[in-house]
Design a protein around this ligand. Structure first.
Ligand code: HEM
Ligand code: HEM
Length: 227
């Protein structure tokens, strides 16, 4: 069961984050090396943690112990990924405030780090004996599936669909009750993906037709440069 979370949902959410966050911020990811470390350690540790659902159950003791050990190992990819992606936002506070997509990513990443740490703690026998049959487990499920996966999924939808279609949500206020919910959010960092065109023209130009994207470009660059 947990491998569905780790080998499917988590990888999808991290993959889309590694693509969308640099795209939306218009800057490279903080560390390529941390990204590679996160990928391979995820692949190493995650497949073997499934038995942490069966602590004190009739599965071999050594298998449970292996799962606990690897659950501790999971802190490497979890914090390599969380740290790497959160550090990519360094200096990008202005962009986050103006965007309705980026706050979903920030929240989702914090959810990932915290929920997974909670999971590692619950994997220990000394904690699991008390928490297994309680709402602590359900809390972990939601902190992860909701706080991490659902937030990243919505961040991806709000961040990438407008870039693909050239249209923004009809009611941006519903997406992000905050300041400046206007076209500027659409092209954070001001870069349309190369070759991504709407009506035969780059999205940025098309938005420029509506008179706002150029302002956005200058504005977002200023905020990213910390000016
Ligand atoms: C990577 C570090 C993680 C560790 C070490 C971890 C650990 C655990 C443990 C020990 C349990 C079982 C608790 C019990 O029943 O006593 C559990 C349950 C669960 N975890 Fe995680 N978790 C991690 C990350 C995640 C992530 C990223 C997700 C979601 C994407 C997730 C989703 C769930 C769900 C849904 C359950 C409940 C499953 C069920 O009751 O059948 N976990 N986790
Ligand atoms: C307002 C939103 C939500 C509410 C009110 C809610 C409520 C609940 C409740 C009452 C349970 C049963 C808990 C129990 O067995 O005692 C549950 C379990 C679960 N929910 Fe949700 N949920 C919500 C959103 C979500 C979302 C968005 C996801 C996934 C993306 C999710 C995934 C799960 C999972 C995996 C379980 C099983 C947890 C376990 O057995 O440990 N939930 N939810």
């Amino acid at each position: 069961m947990h491998n569905v979370m780790g080998m499917w949902f988590t990888q999808l959410a991290l993959g889309v984050s590694y693509y969308a966050i640099p795209r939306l911020l218009g800057r490279p990811v903080y560390s390529y090396a941390l990204g590679v470390l996160g990928f391979w350690t995820n692949l190493l540790f995650y497949p073997l943690i499934g038995a942490h659902h069966f602590i004190f159950s009739p599965v071999p003791w050594w298998l449970q112990s292996t799962a606990i050990l690897f659950s501790v190992g999971m802190m490497v990819p979890v914090w390599a990924g969380t740290g790497n992606l959160l550090l990519t936002f360094k200096g990008g506070g202005g962009a986050v405030r103006r965007s309705y997509a980026l706050p979903f990513f920030v929240t989702g990443l914090i959810g990932y780090g915290l929920a997974s740490t909670q999971g590692t703690i619950e994997a220990f026998r000394t904690a699991n004996i008390y928490w297994h049959f309680t709402n602590f487990t359900v809390g972990h499920s939601h902190a992860a599936m909701y706080g991490f996966i659902a937030f990243i999924a919505w961040g991806a939808v709000y961040g990438l669909v407008p870039r693909l279609t050239g249209r923004e949500p009809r009611y941006p206020l519903l997406a992000r009750p905050g300041r400046d919910p206007d076209l500027r959010d659409l092209d954070l960092g001001g870069r349309s993906p190369p070759g991504l065109r709407v009506g035969g023209r780059p999205i940025l130009h098309r938005l420029g037709d509506r008179g706002r994207a150029d302002v956005a470009l200058a504005d977002d660059r200023r905020s990213l440069d910390g000016q």
